[in-house]
Design a protein around this ligand. Structure first.
Ligand code: PLP
Length: 259
């Protein structure tokens, strides 16, 4: 049976709600064959992140070569990168293997406040990876860090999307999930803006929503949808996954991936 494929390059979340685990669950739920290159392992549950161990250059390079030299990769999602050296390895390999679609989720800090990207690695992310992205998917906090000033309103989001698009990605989706009122996202594709509106769902169980949205976009791109269509469908998917989030653990429970 022929199946489209997607590769996540990201960190492991031991509690299965975010990171690599959320990405693979999303790929499965959306009918895409999922593969993973692990950059770092976190000790984590619904209450927080308690430790991180970054993998070596050798094993990260080994994973990338093993996958790309054997299996066609229809799309790539990039999540937690942890440090500047890892960013450079991945940028180098993406330039060699040139996958069709790269969804870059600039993961920086967990909801519980733990650094998932060393602050000094921000410059490497901008310089080496932004230019390789089909779409960059920052939330308001990540957009603020990347542009260097607060992004708080819809007009800030539009400006930030345009400013970030000028740094090389083909498109930028600034996610307004943390805005007051409706959950509005803004897409800028180098020419025009487009708004995506979503329902706000009242729940504390939102662990892994960012990871899930970006991997759902990657899955729909792998299946051949246009970027706008992929985002629209990914937003529908994440809304369902949040609406059916699980009351697991003692903190922010995970979103639920169902077929
Ligand atoms: N842990 C890992 C490994 C991640 O990649 C991410 C991604 O954003 C998170 C945790 C953060 O999840 P949350 O923002 O839901 O805390």
């Amino acid at each position: 049976m022929e199946m489209k494929t997607a590769l996540t390059i990201a960190g492991s979340d031991s509690s299965g709600g975010a990171g690599i685990q959320a990405d693979l669950k999303t790929f499965s739920a959306l009918g895409v064959y999922g593969m993973s290159v692990i950059t770092a392992v976190t000790a984590q549950n619904t209450q927080g992140v308690f430790g991180v161990e970054e993998l070596s250059e050798k094993i990260i390079t080994g994973q990338l070569d093993a996958v790309f030299q054997d299996i066609p990769v229809d799309s790539v999602k990039i999540g937690m990168l942890s440090n500047a050296e890892i960013i450079q390895i991945i940028a180098r390999k993406l330039r060699v293997y040139q996958p069709h679609h790269v969804v870059l989720d600039p993961v920086m800090v967990s909801k519980s406040g733990y650094d998932l990207l060393r602050p000094e690695a921000k410059a490497a992310l901008i310089e080496h990876l932004l230019p390789l992205a089909t779409v960059l998917t920052p939330n308001l906090k990540e957009a603020s860090v990347l542009v260097g000033h607060p992004v708080e309103t819809l007009s800030d989001m539009k400006e930030a999307a345009k400013a970030l698009a000028e740094k090389g990605p083909q498109a930028v989706l600034v996610k307004g999930g943390h805005l007051q009122g409706e959950a509005i996202d803004i897409l800028y594709d180098g020419e025009k803006w487009r708004t995506f509106e979503g329902k706000r769902i009242a729940t504390k169980n939102t662990h892994g929503t960012g990871c899930t949205l970006s991997s759902a976009i990657a899955a729909f791109l792998a299946k051949g949808h246009s970027l706008e269509e992929a985002i629209q469908r990914a937003k529908q998917y994440i809304q369902g996954a949040i609406a059916h989030a699980l009351e697991l653990g003692h903190g922010a429970g995970p979103t639920h991936h169902f077929h």
